[in-house]
Design a protein around this ligand. Structure first.
Ligand code: UDP
Length: 589
């Protein structure tokens, strides 16, 4: 593709200091000496122009590449839409790997295990995260045919993956992240659930136990269940479902891991079952994928769609949202073509299903601006309405692209092809990502999470600390609290403890609206996750944050409720249960 030169009249991005720091540290290109050699403007143009250049090969494209590049550029610098980090880092560069999410198979042989390790290293080097199911590995203690020796089991191999990730992260663009999954009926499940008992062990892994509806019924009925050898399906043991579940709950209480995923639900929504069975997700759980599949994500910042009408009332501009969704789908579909994949198997799989994951961020900020409490029926209803729109419009956009460029190659055999729905250009269109870095760049709350706090210190990037006060909160305080002394008391309180809880003099309206993750009940966290999941093809990244005093029973209830609410998986996090946690409330002291 020919590079499109930057027009002289490009608008300049306005970035807050934290966004600037993050871009300089990790995103802007450096020369051999490590000196930054591009500005944020250069970076956004590099991304916009290289992605828009893909339009050249589609004769029916209604866009002239430079015009589209300008449109993409404006969306990014205004913080309206951002593609996932690898696209920002690598688009238009020789590395050219643009997807954040990968799943690699780990078959039961030394050769294939070490192939997976090598492939993971290549993916981490480019800023992507990898998910693996270790369920195909023979259990510890099983015979090794070729040597007559004894197998060391999934955990021992996961340790090697963990160490390799540790080394790659020194030289890569960012910390490599892994998801490790084991089926609940694997004979090594107890060891897996206890894997993080020792502080620091498996620090480069998120762990999830793959559960099924059948297992949950056995827990509720107090029944036992069989463990199977993955090689031949022979029964290798039996466990009490409730005891396994209790242990899972106990360990999640202690360290946040393991989370749970409902593998049968995930496969029920597999759009291309003839292409294989889904056995794992990416590191943060929002993207279930087939073995060797990758997916690129992008997020629309909902807080940018809140507008003040002539009557002074703030509303969400859904008409504009609809237009942006269409542009975002075009962007993400072009990313598939622009991306260079680290393996031929991955390139083939991605180009067969063409999955993209469009989602939202800045949801909590949007609710703040609209004056709607996160844990209210109104917020759930609006969440559903917004995500339904993202789902419907992204499908419409994908159908329009299918007319322009053809459907994804596996369309005919997909669930859509078989039922006559579509044709679509993409097997999936929606995913809610955590947006850990993107939300800093866009200056908004992350994903669909409630704000962790109204002010906080972020421990990011090699121990550096960033202090942030929620900008919507500051704005509303300045608009509604007229007494200067009162304003100072409120802001000081929030700076100190990060939320309004117990703040003397705080007006009722502020207390009602400015709720944080810690003020929101676990049930409300899950209800929001379920509301968005209802209209999301892939999954929803959501952590149910709990106060330090939360009990094991609280966690048990969340896991059971997650099952009842129909979400695809859930992660809990009890404040202070991990050292070096990424977010701390207040001044972080
Ligand atoms: N990811 C990763 N390493 C990281 C952060 C993220 O590999 O340090 C991958 C991982 O697959 C995760 C996905 O990127 O699930 C999306 O994460 P997030 O939305 O936080 O990424 P962002 O695009 O904001 O950097």
């Amino acid at each position: 593709m020919t590079a499109i030169p930057a027009p002289a009249d490009l608008k300049q991005p306005t970035l807050n200091p934290n966004a600037e720091t993050v871009l300089v540290k990790r995103y802007l290109r450096k020369d051999e000496e490590g000196l930054v050699k591009e500005s944020p403007t250069d970076m956004f143009w590099r991304v916009a122009s290289s992605i828009a250049a893909e339009e050249e090969k589609y004769e029916k494209s209604p866009w002239e590449p430079e015009e589209l590049a300008r449109t993409f550029y404006d969306l990014m610098i205004e913080g309206v839409f951002l593609p996932n980090s690898p696209t920002l880092m690598n688009a238009g560069t020789p590395l050219g790997q643009l997807a954040a999410c990968f799943v690699l198979p780990v078959p039961d042989s030394i050769e294939e295990i070490f192939d997976a390790l090598k492939h993971a290293a290549l993916i981490h080097k480019s800023g992507g995260g990898t998910g693996f199911s270790f369920s195909r590995l023979r259990p510890a203690g099983a015979r090794v045919g070729t040597t007559g020796g004894i197998a060391s089991g999934p955990l021992s191999f996961m340790r090697i993956f963990n160490t390799a990730t540790e080394q790659i992260k020194q030289g890569g663009v960012r910390r490599g992240a892994n998801m490790g999954i084991l089926r609940v009926d694997h004979p090594d499940i107890i060891e897996f659930i206890r894997a993080k008992e020792t502080e620091g062990e498996f620090n480069n892994f998120n762990l999830s136990v793959a559960l099924t509806q059948e297992f949950m019924e056995q827990v509720e009925a107090g029944e036992s269940y069989d463990l199977f050898d993955p090689r031949d399906g022979r029964i290798r043991g039996r466990l009490e479902a409730a005891q396994v579940f209790d242990l899972l709950v106990n360990k999640a209480w202690a360290s946040g891991d393991p989370g749970i995923i409902f593998l049968d639900r995930i496969n029920r929504d597999n759009p291309t079952p003839t292409q294989g069975e889904i056995e794992a997700t990416n590191p943060c759980g929002e993207q279930p994928l087939l073995p060797y599949e990758a997916c690129n994500l992008g997020s629309i910042n909902l807080s940018r769609f809140v507008e003040i009408g002539d009557d002074g009332v703030r509303t969400l501009n859904t008409k504009r949202l609809g237009e942006i969704i269409h542009l975002a789908v075009r962007f993400l579909d072009d990313v598939i073509d622009a991306s260079i994949y680290p393996l031929d198997e991955i390139a083939d799989m991605v180009r067969t299903n063409r999955k993209i994951g469009l989602g939202v961020m800045g949801w909590a900020d949007a609710l703040y601006a609209l004056g709607i409490p996160y844990d209210s029926d109104e917020a759930l209803a609006l969440g559903k309405e917004v995500m339904k729109m993202v789902q419907d419009e992204s499908r419409a956009a994908s159908a329009a692209l299918a007319k322009e460029r053809g459907p994804f190659p596996a369309y005919e055999e997909s669930v859509f092809g078989r039922t006559g729905e579509g044709p679509y250009r993409n097997a999936t269109t929606t995913t809610i990502a955590p947006t850990g870095s993107l939300s800093i760049i866009a200056g908004c709350s992350s994903g669909i999470e409630p704000c962790f706090a109204l002010s906080f210190t972020r421990n990011v990037l090699d121990g550096e600390k960033l202090v942030e006060v929620n900008p919507v909160f500051e704005l509303v305080v300045s608009e509604t609290v007229t007494d200067e002394a009162e304003k100072i008391t409120i802001l000081d309180h929030v700076r100190r403890i990060g939320r309004l809880h117990n703040c003397p003099n705080a007006p009722e309206e502020l207390l009602r609206v400015f709720r944080t993750a810690m003020d929101v009940s676990a049930k409300s966290h899950l209800a929001m996750q379920a509301a968005f999941q209802k209209y999301t093809d892939n999954a929803v990244s959501k952590t149910v944050n709990l106060p330090n005093e939360a009990t094991e029973d609280d966690i048990r209830e969340i896991y059971l409720e997650a099952y009842r609410q129909g979400v695809k998986g859930v992660t809990v996090y009890r404040d202070g249960s991990k050292t070096g946690q990424v977010l701390c409330t207040g001044d972080g002291a």
